[in-house]
Design a binder for this molecule. Structure first.
Ligand SMILES: *Cc1c(COP(=O)(O)O)cnc(C)c1O
Length: 415
């Protein structure tokens, strides 16, 4: 459930007509609904109420400062994957002791920065990284809390680019190697071995792969206990999917109930790293139609949003619903068309071979479900300033990131 609905014939975000935002802020613009973000956070976090846990919002999905502030105010921590994300999280007031740090390529500078902030734990993805963290911790006179990200080798049945828990994946330590790597960790004097971690992929639409991973982690925990490790945190990653089209992912309450049945008796502090399920359907990319063009074999609708603004369709062939802002167009006749942007690439499309109404130049379109992996993946390709970001709260909105200017494009290129 989200707060993008037709009101008085116009698609609105909460009580604000999207056309008003387009007129006042311009297009393309990302528009987020505060009520939807709050609702989705509570649906997820509340599903684990009564169980010791910390929800660490995976901020690579949406790292806007105001969005992070909103989640921090609800008690969220952050799952980070870079020093830049740590900087953003801290700027937004996310407490350091609710930050977990994932990723296969942490640099020594990033490790030192995270140690100086005092994060909850490093999710370590290789033996080399373990030694690097120990080395940096020794240098700065600290002990680093770590968990090891184990690759449980389960198939999440998702797009290959977002499957991360298979044997062939670059992520995590192989399941069969984990026990040995934990022994290595214990032998390193500047590490505190506090957790066990996994993250098997993104946009999962079934609970079963999560349960398969949980079962394997449970077996490993018993081995680690037998080896004398005292694991306190069990981090189950993120990955719960959302409906983009006709998917029917489990509700967080079902995900929680089934996971807790498997792991609830362990007495561990559970850590979750949800990203997409919290923000995906809480945002849209608002774009305006520029031209209609009938090619010899195809109809094209050319709008002012492009692959540099929202790359998911080009990168993963992802489906985003194309919703007309004028409700009258919803029931209008449709024919097959591509919705494309101005970027000079044939791969620049927001929707391909889609049944779409006849949009007129100037019509507005909302690319739905763009709140996760939208703005964060945007670029300046074709020297296009990145879009503005707007956060709607009830009957009002604020610009939470201004549209980039031409001056922004050349900043840092000194001459
Ligand atoms: C991307 C990522 C997440 C979030 O995944 P979602 O599918 O957005 O929930 C969580 N943890 C790690 C380690 C990730 O890389």
């Amino acid at each position: 459930m989200n707060h993008f609905q037709y009101r008085n014939g116009e698609l609105s975000c909460e009580e604000v007509p999207l056309a008003r935002i387009a007129d006042e802020v311009g297009t393309p613009t990302y528009v987020y609904s505060r009520a939807t973000m709050e609702r989705h956070f509570h649906a997820f976090d509340g599903a684990f109420a009564g169980t010791p846990h910390v929800t660490c919002f995976a901020m690579k999905a949406n790292s806007n400062l105001e969005v992070l502030r909103l989640f921090a105010a609800l008690g969220s921590g952050a799952d980070i994957v870079s020093g830049g994300e740590l900087y953003r999280a801290r700027k937004a007031g996310v407490p350091a002791d609710k930050i977990v740090y994932s990723g296969v390529g942490k640099t020594e500078d990033e490790i030192a920065y995270a140690l100086s902030e005092g994060i909850l734990m490093f999710n370590v993805e290789s033996e080399d990284e373990l030694r690097a963290i120990d080395r940096v911790a020794a240098r700065v006179g600290k002990r680093a809390p770590i968990s090891i990200r184990v690759n449980p080798d389960v198939d999440p049945k998702t797009h290959p680019y977002i499957a991360t828990g298979l044997k062939k994946s670059k992520f995590g330590v192989a399941y069969g190697e984990a026990r040995r790597v934990y022994r290595v960790a214990r032998g390193l004097t500047h590490l505190d071995v506090v957790g066990l971690d996994c993250h098997i992929g993104s946009q999962l639409t079934e609970v079963d792969p999560f349960l398969a991973a949980a079962k394997r982690l449970r077996a490993l925990l018993a081995e680690l206990a037998a080896d004398g490790h005292r694991i306190r945190y069990l981090d189950l990653g993120g990955g719960l999917g959302i409906p983009y089209k006709d998917e029917e992912p489990p509700h967080p309450s079902e995900y929680a109930a089934r996971l807790l049945k498997e792991l609830g008796d362990l007495g561990l502090m559970l850590v979750f790293e949800p990203g997409r399920v919290i923000v995906g359907n809480a945002g849209v990319l608002l774009t305006r139609v520029l031209y209609n063009k009938r090619g010899e074999a195809k109809r094209f609708i050319i709008c002012d949003g492009a692959m540099n603004d929202l790359i998911r369709p080009s990168l993963y062939k992802s489906y985003h619903e194309v919703r007309a802002i004028r409700e009258a167009l919803v029931s209008a006749p449709r024919s097959v068309a591509d919705l494309v942007g101005p970027v000079c690439e044939s791969g620049d499309f927001l929707a391909q071979d889609r049944e779409l109404p006849e949009f007129a130049a100037g019509d507005l379109i909302a690319m739905m479900s763009a709140g996760a992996y939208g703005f964060v993946m945007s670029s300046n390709y074709n020297a296009r300033p990145r879009p503005a970001e707007v956060l709607v709260s009830g009957a009002s909105y604020e610009i939470v990131r201004t549209r980039e200017t031409f001056e922004d494009l050349i900043r840092g290129e000194v001459k």
